[in-house]
Ligand binder design. Structure first.
Ligand SMILES: [Fe+2]
Length: 160
């Protein structure tokens, strides 16, 4: 992989590998958060997004194929940070507030994922790769819907 970047394609390739690591980390985090959640609706939301995330990993693999590049699994330190913050919150939370921290942690991850896809899509479009952009956009839409569902659930629990 690259020591330094001097072309948008290289940045794209590297960040695509980070996105793969991000989604793999997200799967682990969603499973942990789902196990920690107390509310059945929260568990259901997280389980639904676990299935979507598995599909997103497949979409990323297809992007690697379409770009004719190896599926590098580059580091995503932010994902690790989000995961460790989530674990820490869960450890500290007593049952009455467990779902609040689970939803806060999940929402943080979904927002980071949206940012990652937004910039990848900009580069894919600039490279004239509408096929790649379409797959990434499918992932972005799922992240947006997941974030909105988590936000609604957090509001519902906070005001009941
Ligand atoms: Fe996600």
């Amino acid at each position: 992989m690259f020591e330094r970047f001097d072309a948008p394609e290289q940045v794209f390739t590297y960040r695509l590998g980070s996105a793969l690591h991000m989604e793999q980390g997200s799967l682990k985090m969603l499973n942990e958060l789902s196990a920690a959640a107390g509310d059945s609706g929260v568990k259901e939301l997280l389980t639904q997004h676990i299935h979507e995330t598995e599909h997103q990993v497949e979409n990323l693999s297809r992007v690697f194929d379409l770009m004719n590049i190896d599926a590098e699994d580059n580091p995503s330190p932010t994902t690790k940070g989000l995961e460790s913050e989530g674990e820490s919150l869960v450890r500290k939370a007593e049952p009455p507030v467990i779902d609040d921290v689970v939803l806060a942690a999940a929402l943080g991850a979904e927002h980071y994922e949206q940012a990652a896809y937004e910039s990848l899509i900009i580069t894919a479009n600039a490279l004239g790769r509408d096929d790649v952009a379409a797959l990434l956009d499918e992932n972005l839409s799922q992240e947006r819907h997941a974030a909105e569902a988590l936000r609604q659930k957090a509001r519902e629990l906070a005001t009941r």
